[in-house]
Ligand binder design. Structure first.
Ligand code: NAP
Ligand code: GLV
Length: 324
């Protein structure tokens, strides 16, 4: 008998066909992303669930007595509450590697746009504010040969460092929980402490997972250490940053600009103070959003789910479950 699964996010047609070939499938049909409460109502007797970012709490686990596998269609899995998952012996998987290059491209889009004021000056042209004779008012910051500080030298951090070193000839330094001598040698990057990175980088880029340790890691003290000409870029997760401290640093121009793909609350409230600032480039959490990469992610998430239900070991388990 095929295992029953619940697919709580939209998946491409060929991914649905693959799932249906191996499982009895029920789908979320809402137009908006499923909420935790809706998932609790819907999950029923599913043995597997495929979702993306929906909170999986103790209540969700309790509502799914037959659940054996959670396939998260994202690399970040801060939406999963680990204690009840581990306690029930449920397998949880994610989608590492397949999105690294796409997210690294997006990180560079933010570095370039914030440093060279691309969105701000785009608005100038459209608003008729471009006048002959303007000079310094249009100046931005160089990216080439500047110092990039990457906080979180994991898979995506490394892809960003490669672009920075070999594309833009930047000086790259990084801070990470564990030092990475192989990456240092391969890419010519330097390990520094967090405070040194903050104080000496022209571009500070956050590429950490959201965990209890990283939540709120970048706040007023950290923005206070940055150069007045520093550009801050967050492609990781919003709650790692204290947004009101970021707003103060940008509004008071104690840092130069920010490029943001992620926020404490998503979608961000259009009335959020950060969105009033000209020196903020904002995107709607699109790090991995190209059709090719989203197809790869959905395919990997589907394969993880089916293979885990079949007891196969070639699945991308989240790291916390690898030694359980
Ligand atoms: P990864 O390979 O696991 O890299 C994360 C790095 O952060 C690892 O090198 C890890 O160090 C380090 N780290 C973890 N906790 C730390 C701490 N407390 N202090 C210092 N360093 C710490 O993950 P990834 O694939 O690069 O993805 C990183 C994150 O990016 C994801 O978790 C997700 O939240 C976010 N993301 C966002 C988007 C987007 O659309 N904006 C897309 C993809 C990913 P160790 O080597 O010691 O483990
Ligand atoms: C996107 O944010 C991801 O974690 O894959």
């Amino acid at each position: 008998m095929k295992p029953s699964i619940y697919v709580a996010k939209k998946v491409p047609g060929e991914v649905a066909e693959y799932l249906e070939a191996h499982c009895e499938v029920r789908y979320w049909n809402g137009n908006e992303a499923i909420t935790k409460e809706q998932l609790i109502e819907e999950i029923g007797d599913a043995e597997g669930v495929l979702l993306s970012g929906t909170p999986v709490t103790s209540e969700v686990i309790a509502a799914a007595p037959r659940l054996r596998v959670i396939s998260n269609n994202a690399v970040g899995y801060n939406n999963l509450r680990l204690e009840p998952i581990i306690a029930r012996g449920i397998l949880a998987t994610h989608t590492p590697h397949v999105l690294d290059e796409t997210v690294a491209d997006l990180a560079f889009a933010l570095i370039l746009a914030a440093g060279r004021r691309v969105t701000e000056l785009h608005a100038w042209v459209r608003e008729g504010r471009w006048k002959k004779g303007q000079e310094e008012e249009l100046y931005g910051l160089d990216i080439h040969h500047a110092t990039l500080g990457i906080i979180g030298m994991g898979r995506i951090g490394e892809a960003i460092a490669r672009r920075a070193r070999f594309g833009f000839e930047m000086n790259v330094q990084y801070y990470n929980r564990n030092r990475k001598p192989d990456v240092e040698e391969k890419l010519g990057v330097t390990y520094v402490g967090l405070d040194e990175l903050l104080a000496t980088s022209d571009y500070v880029l956050l590429m950490l997972p959201l965990t209890p340790e990283t939540r709120g890691m970048i706040g007023a003290r950290e923005f206070g250490l940055m150069k007045q000409t520093a550009v801050f870029v967050n492609v990781a997760r919003g709650p790692i940053v204290d947004e009101s401290a970021l707003y103060d640093a940008l509004a008071q121009r104690t840092i130069y600009a920010a490029g943001l793909d992620v926020y404490a609350q998503e979608p961000i409230d259009p009335a959020h103070p950060l969105l009033t600032l000209p020196n903020v480039v904002t995107l709607p959490h699109i790090g991995s959003a190209t059709s090719a990469t989203r197809m790869e992610m959905a395919s990997l998430a589907a394969r993880n789910l089916v293979h885990a239900l079949q007891g196969k070991s070639d699945i991308a388990l989240i790291p916390e479950l690898r030694n359980v």
